[in-house]
Design a protein around this ligand. Structure first.
Ligand SMILES: C[S@@+](CC[C@H](N)C(=O)[O-])C[C@H]1O[C@@H](n2cnc3c(N)ncnc32)[C@H](O)[C@@H]1O
Length: 233
């Protein structure tokens, strides 16, 4: 059976599961996957040392971080969704150029044109002015197509699984300027609806491997922290 055939069959079966069983079934499958991932990731040594945190500043939220990151620069947001944080970046950080990267895909149809159209409309003026550029692609592919050492900072908020974040960080390293910032969302191990994230392990291992230090960490009450790392100078 082709991939399309398998997906159609899956959609057919999913459509016939009584509504009251859907949420618990989804939670059960997600929690089994998350627990296995938790065991796998907890085995990875990734503790930071003093030199990785001694210049780190705690900020109340990610909006405050936008005020401190380089202004009037070249910036990329990776994982955009409906563009709420993109609007905050434009408003508070005022980048000269903002690259917006997302697949804008849904798990079944493979393409979420409605979401893409709505984001394109939302930033149509900035796009016409040449300030905003859309990249509808896998995050790691889109980042690696940006000019090397061209970004003042990048915000990573696409796939939150360990492997996805590792790939995004590795390509981001080449895309940011030598003194540029790699920032991102959800520096947290668990998220209630989504299960186990691999952001903490991926970011810490990256700092240890490539000599980056934590410069900012945000302290939202929902504990969905953002982080900013920079090469140790
Ligand atoms: C959490 S949302 C982004 C939210 C946004 N940064 C904000 O704060 O308003 C994550 C987005 O990443 C996208 N995404 C997930 N994995 C991706 C990948 N590998 N490549 C491109 N986009 C991806 C999803 O389509 C989704 O729109």
């Amino acid at each position: 059976m082709s991939f399309g055939g398998i997906m159609s069959f899956f959609t057919f079966v999913k459509g016939r599961i009584p509504y009251r069983f859907k949420a618990p079934l989804g939670r059960l499958l997600a929690s089994r996957k998350s627990l296995a991932e938790d065991q796998r990731l907890n085995r990875r040594p990734c503790s930071l040392e003093n030199r990785h945190v001694e210049r780190c500043r705690v900020l109340p939220n990610r909006s405050a971080m936008l005020e401190l990151l380089p202004k009037d620069g070249v910036v990329a947001e990776v994982g955009v969704a409906n563009g709420d944080f993109s609007a905050a970046i434009l408003d508070r950080n005022r980048p000269r150029t903002l690259h917006l990267i997302d697949l804008w895909a849904s798990s079944f149809s493979g393409s979420d044109d409605l979401a893409f159209k709505s984001v394109s409309k939302r930033f149509a003026k900035e796009s016409q002015e040449g300030r905003v550029h859309f990249h509808r692609d896998y995050s790691w592919d889109a980042i690696s197509k940006l000019a090397p050492a061209s970004l003042d900072w990048i915000y990573i908020d696409a796939g939150h699984d360990y492997d996805d974040v590792v790939k995004d960080l590795e390509v981001a390293r080449h895309a940011v300027k030598p003194d540029g910032f790699i920032t991102g969302h959800d520096y947290v191990k668990w998220s209630a609806p989504n299960g186990r994230f691999g952001v903490v392990e991926a970011v810490n291992e990256f700092c240890l491997k490539h000599d980056f230090e934590m410069r900012y960490i945000t302290f939202e009450s929902n504990m969905h922290h953002s982080f900013a790392i920079q090469r140790i100078s």
